[in-house]
Design a protein around this ligand. Structure first.
Ligand SMILES: [Fe+2]
Ligand SMILES: [Fe+2]
Length: 185
């Protein structure tokens, strides 16, 4: 568990709730780069939020946006692949013993690269259509489902090394981490 505040939204427009988490990711990545921070605590907080957020998107948000024809299968599948890549890079950060090494900084750089890419793409290809093509009532219903799942995941301590290893292993088994062309990103 982490002492760093990850917020605990209970309801709201799903687009706003997702964007709030994206800002939290950006703040945590900044702290991971900052050698004056308790980077071990920060990586554990990042892990919990990344796993919880991605799981809640995949379980509720992507399927509902597909049903409403706001996003297509390819966009949703691509988001799931990027979550898997983010979790794999996160695992590399968690596996390292020390947080004051070059290896740690290299792993943080790769994590930041993948997560920043995903946040940008998700905001452009998934959140914009959600705003434009899904009404406020559905966005609010989805917000509550997203928040409930996200909070339950955090309460279950979803960001532990053991759990992130399990998630990455299962993503690999499903073929979500197969090599693909850079320009497909
Ligand atoms: Fe997201
Ligand atoms: Fe996402």
């Amino acid at each position: 568990m982490t002492n760093i505040d990850l917020g605990r939204p209970l309801q709201g427009d799903v687009v706003d709730l997702i964007l709030d988490d994206h800002r939290r990711f950006e703040a945590l990545l900044r702290d991971l780069r900052d050698s004056s921070q308790d980077r071990d605590a920060v990586r554990r907080a990042f892990a919990a939020l990344h796993v919880a957020h991605a799981e809640a998107e995949e379980k509720h948000v992507y399927p509902q946006l597909k049903r409403k024809n706001a996003v297509d299968d390819d966009e949703a599948d691509h988001g799931v692949e990027e979550h898997a890549e983010g979790n794999e890079a996160l695992l590399a950060v968690l596996e390292l013993k020390g947080t004051d090494t070059q290896a740690f900084e290299d792993a943080v750089e790769e994590l930041a690269r993948l997560v920043n890419h995903h946040l940008t793409e998700e905001e452009l290809t998934i959140l914009n259509p959600a705003r434009e093509e899904v009404g406020p009532v559905v966005r609010a219903e989805l917000g509550e489902q997203f928040a409930t799942e996200r909070n339950a995941q955090i309460d279950a301590d979803c960001g532990t090394l053991t759990n992130v290893r399990r998630i990455v292993a299962s993503a690999r088994k499903e073929g979500l981490l197969d090599e693909h062309d850079e320009d497909e990103e």
